[in-house]
Design a protein around this ligand. Structure first.
Ligand code: ADP
Ligand code: MG
Ligand code: ZN
Length: 490
């Protein structure tokens, strides 16, 4: 039995997420935000905090923060404060990080999550957002001997000063599955509002997980442990599960939990203590004397509100009602904004919604999966897919030919009508040709013809398949069915 389903304890989880904002330049200077460039190329006196250099706030980052906060139903504060969080670390040689502490950008929001536990119990609930604040990222330490030559570590400060949002949830999550659902919903939202790539694998989206247990029915929360710097969905879920089991064992044995910060090691599948509360860091926060309080005019917040797109939840519901799609299909189609836009553009080009949904969810998604691409990274345009489906719907090509052409449209693009004629894929509705093929099949399959005539109607499909084969898959299925049925009944 999984400990999460433990009868004695209730699991309590709160997540802190750091996500990198997709701005051109850093939070307080004009250095570019770029990855993969030579180390320490994007630095200046401001992000290195050299004496006399003064930070200037990036307006775009503030816009992104406000847009995110509104999408997460938060109250955006007209006044917030940038503070110095003081600590030294090799990747933070300036000795402090500019963050927000006592007066953050936004507070008190929520998002909706849903999903299903491995055991089958489904959940749909609101998770509170305690606060959203802005801060700068630190640099990066490089220990990889392949880079350093071994025996030393390097520091790359290209990332120092890159804008981050920290999003802190209420302790409303009750299992690792709920935590995973929360993170996926959050990532989807960040991508919809177009402020962050929120790519965990690239370190754009990092998570600290706070986990505690309490006896069922108890009012007070238990003592929490915080697992730092989880950088994949798998790791978050695994680390939480492992931590729950560890705490349950301690409590079962009559022990007590000591508040600590832990690190998860995916190699051993264990968490280990990084520091305990007794020696918790004291960051000596104070308002950054180089920065005035951030004052947001109501008009600025309203402008940000106007730039919000239709959010995934709304869009999913509208897909169901406007296009008569199933809840399942509507959810899959609204998974990303680009896919949802693509679907609507195909429908706008006069393809029946059901047909567009079926082809996108089966054939297009399959092609994307094989190529590990997003729809916008391919050469497939909504117009081209609409044209292809138009040819299919009009009987000009068969489904088999449409399926054959799709990968080409995905990889190289082009005009489906032209491709069909160049490749000679026009559906054969030339009845003389189909009649001949049908006669041949009837002659070659006396036994099956007999069974059909004896009342086994489903044999017709098999015989149709044989005729299609003879015509190289190009015969229009309607014509084949009609001709074959007529001949068989004769
Ligand atoms: P800190 O900055 O010291 O980590 P915060 O007050 O910012 O402290 O809380 C961090 C996170 O811990 C929040 O997401 C909150 O929901 C969560 N949390 C607080 N108490 C508990 C608890 N007893 N069990 C699990 N999570 C908790
Ligand atoms: Mg914390
Ligand atoms: Zn700089």
């Amino acid at each position: 039995m999984s400990v999460e389903a433990h009868v004695h304890y209730e699991v309590v989880i709160g997540l802190e997420v750091h996500t990198q904002l997709r701005t051109e330049s850093k939070l307080f200077c004009s250095c570019r935000v770029r990855y993969g460039d030579d180390p320490n190329h994007h630095t200046c006196p401001v992000c290195l905090a050299l004496p006399g250099a003064l930070p200037v706030l990036n307006t775009r980052a503030v816009e992104f923060g406000v847009r995110t906060a509104l999408a997460m139903n938060c109250t955006v504060h007209p006044r917030s404060i940038f503070a110095r969080k003081n600590y030294f670390y090799p990747d933070l040689p300036k000795g402090y990080q500019i963050s927000q502490y006592e007066e953050p950008l936004a507070t008190n929001g929520w998002i909706e999550i849903d999903g299903e536990e491995p055991g089958g119990r489904s959940f749909a609930k609101r998770i509170g957002i305690t606060r959203i604040h802005m801060e700068e990222d630190a640099g990066k330490s490089i220990h990889d001997a392949a880079v350093t030559g071994g025996g030393s570590s390097h520091v790359d400060l290209n990332r120092a000063g890159v804008p981050l949002l920290e999003i802190v949830s209420e302790p409303d999550l009750r299992s690792s599955t709920e935590a995973g659902a929360y993170l996926r919903t959050l990532r989807q939202l960040l991508r919809y509002v177009d402020v962050s790539d929120a790519d965990m694998e690239k370190g754009h989206f990092r998570c600290d997980a706070n986990v505690s247990l309490r006896k069922r029915g108890e009012k007070e929360f238990g003592i929490r442990n915080e697992i730092k710097n989880l950088n994949s969905f798998r790791y978050v879920e695994d680390a939480i599960r492992i931590e729950i089991e560890r705490q349950a064992r301690v409590l079962d044995d009559g022990g007590r939990i000591i508040q600590a910060t832990r690190l998860y090691d995916p190699a051993t599948g264990k968490t280990r203590v990084m520091r305990t509360k007794e020696n918790a860091d004291d960051y000596r926060y104070f308002p950054d004397p180089d920065l005035v309080p951030l004052a947001l005019e109501p008009a600025f917040i309203e402008r940000a509100r106007l730039t919000l797109p239709e959010l995934p939840e709304r869009r999913r519901i509208r897909f169901e009602s406007d296009y008569g799609l199933s809840a399942y299909d509507a959810r899959l189609l609204s998974v990303s904004r680009s896919l949802a836009d693509f679907f609507e553009a195909v429908v706008a080009a006069r393809v029946p919604a059901k047909m567009a949904a079926n082809w996108i969810l089966r054939d297009v998604l399959q092609a994307l999966k094989e190529r590990e691409q997003e729809i916008e990274e391919t050469k497939l345009t909504p117009e081209a897919l609409a044209a292809l489906l138009g040819l299919l719907d009009g009987g000009r090509i068969t489904a088999k030919s449409a399926r054959e052409l799709l990968p080409e449209l995905v990889d190289r693009g082009g005009d489906p009508t032209e491709l069909v004629s160049v490749r000679g894929l026009e559906a054969v509705s030339d009845s003389a040709l189909i009649e001949r093929a049908a006669d041949e099949v009837i002659a070659a399959q006396p036994e099956n013809v007999q069974r059909f005539r004896a009342g086994e109607e489903k044999i017709l499909n098999f015989l149709m398949g044989q005729v299609m084969k003879k015509t190289g898959g190009k015969a229009s299925p309607g014509a084949v069915r009609e001709i074959l049925a007529r001949k068989l009944k004769a």
